[in-house]
Ligand binder design. Structure first.
Ligand SMILES: Cc1cc2nc3c(=O)[nH]c(=O)nc-3n(C[C@H](O)[C@H](O)[C@H](O)COP(=O)(O)OP(=O)(O)OC[C@H]3O[C@@H](n4cnc5c(N)ncnc54)[C@H](O)[C@@H]3O)c2cc1C
Length: 406
């Protein structure tokens, strides 16, 4: 059977796919193979997860491994199996009185795959999902199990690691007390209001702008009620909205300011529906230092007419800095500029190149799980960590080989 990513734009070229059912079986499998990579839930838009290249390797999917979740109430932490999705994890945490500080736009993705690519939500005070990881276990090239925790020298290189160090089996995540949020959609944000970018993005727990580089709406997730009737010159959406204006809103989490649990408000999309445009799409995202946000967004509005023909919608978010070596937010508070494209790679590519060119003066970094054409440089300490843990390149594919080349 042909295996593809969620959007169907990448067909995996791995030789074989394995579903180990125990840690011991996974360790034997990794030790016996010359090339192997882990696949999460397959939601990346490029071939980062595939065991492709010359020679191709095997894929392992951990969806049949034991899936027990261990909550440590005293430390406010949870230890989760790598392939668990946020959709499964979040209600368990909520029932126990805990929450994750943030979530991505969709809960369908696996924890290990998400943190391996630096997946994020929005919020000026909220770092990416990888920053919640306090420890992880991974099966390394010889089949042995390596445990790393915050404070260990190699740990900041091992969380956002694109599967290049081994197969992560469990992760420990920091928790916060469960909380409620209200989600509002505001319409008609004018381009002039961009001057208030910092204030707008700071006026909620998580704030996203959805724009086609002409009309802009705001997704506002707040712990308290929004009382200002003409918030930044906008009007309230009279009915629930989908981020893609042409799509019906039934796949979206509850809006109109109705309070509800964190995991039913932080993601834009509900777990029981297909997210976004149900895979009829491609995605790219570039992360820039937040201080450049207003200038960079103005440059994109100026070329909006060239972007729109291949765009479903763009989303602008903020992400707080972290210290993870390969994280797109390493060392800098960031603005994330996202593009949900139509599913036409040939038509999208020149426009993606235009976007990359337009944003180049602002030192952009790409989202590892989405489409890009300009490669960032690899930190030397990550290259040497890969060299130490995987000297024969067992976990490499042609994606990581490009990144790691000197
Ligand atoms: C509709 C949609 C909406 C999205 N929204 C957001 C968003 O809001 N914010 C955002 O930042 N991103 C978003 N993304 C991108 C998505 O979060 C990333 O692509 C993420 O990596 C998906 O997780 P996954 O489990 O599917 O990973 P996969 O694509 O399966 O794998 C990604 C990487 O993780 C590695 N990996 C997976 N499991 C393991 C393991 N056990 N051990 C070691 N390495 C492993 C793989 O080898 C690969 O390198 C979105 C994607 C889609 C399709």
């Amino acid at each position: 059977m042909t295996l593809t990513n969620w959007a169907g734009n990448t067909t995996f070229r791995a030789r074989d796919v394995h579903h180990p059912t125990s840690l011991a079986e996974l360790q034997r499998l990794v030790a016996a193979r010359d090339r192997v990579r882990a696949l999460g839930s397959g939601h990346s838009f490029n071939d980062v997860a595939d065991a492709f290249g010359d020679p191709a390797g095997d894929l392992v999917v951990l969806d049949r491994m034991p899936d027990a979740v261990e909550i440590d109430r005293v430390r406010a932490q949870v230890r989760v199996p790598a392939r668990m999705t946020y959709a499964r994890l979040a209600p368990l945490l909520h029932e126990a009185g805990f929450a994750l500080a943030n979530m991505a736009s969709l809960p369908h993705i696996s924890v290990a795959g998400s943190v391996a690519t630096g997946t994020h939500g929005s919020g000026v005070a909220q770092p990416g999902l990888s920053a919640a990881v306090s420890a992880l276990d991974l099966v390394t090239a010889d089949g042995s199990l390596l445990s790393l925790a915050r404070g260990d020298a190699d740990f900041p290189g091992a969380v956002v690691a694109l599967g290049a160090l081994g197969v992560v089996t469990t992760l420990t995540l920091d928790l916060v007390p469960a909380f409620e949020l209200r989600q509002y959609v505001r319409e008609g944000l004018s381009t002039d209001a961009l001057a208030d970018f910092e204030a707008i993005m700071s006026d909620g727990y998580s704030v996203s702008l959805f724009t086609d580089w002409r009309d802009t709406r705001v997704w506002l997730k707040r712990t308290d009620e929004l009382t200002s009737p003409d918030w930044y010159g906008t009007t309230p959406a009279p009915a629930p909205r989908h981020p893609l204006p042409a799509m019906p809103a039934d796949s979206c989490t509850v809006q109109l300011g109705v309070p509800g649990p964190w995991h039913e408000r932080l993601p834009h999309f509900r777990p029981d529906f297909q997210p976004s445009s149900a895979g009829n799409e491609l995605q790219s995202e570039l992360l820039l230092p937040r201080e450049h946000a207003v200038k960079a967004l103005r440059e994109l509005y100026a070329v909006g007419e060239r972007i729109r023909p291949v765009l479903h919608i763009s989303e602008v978010r903020t992400v707080a800095a972290d210290d993870l070596w390969l994280s797109p937010f390493h060392g800098r508070d960031s603005v994330a500029v996202h593009f949900t494209w139509i599913k036409d790679p040939a038509a999208v590519r020149p426009v993606l190149e235009l976007v990359e060119e337009t944003l180049a003066p602002f030192d952009p970094r790409p989202h590892w799980g989405k489409l890009f054409t300009r490669w960032p440089s690899c930190p030397d300490r990550f290259r040497s960590l890969v060299g130490r843990l995987d000297p024969a390149g067992k976990f490499a594919n042609d994606f990581t080989r490009i990144l790691l080349r000197e």
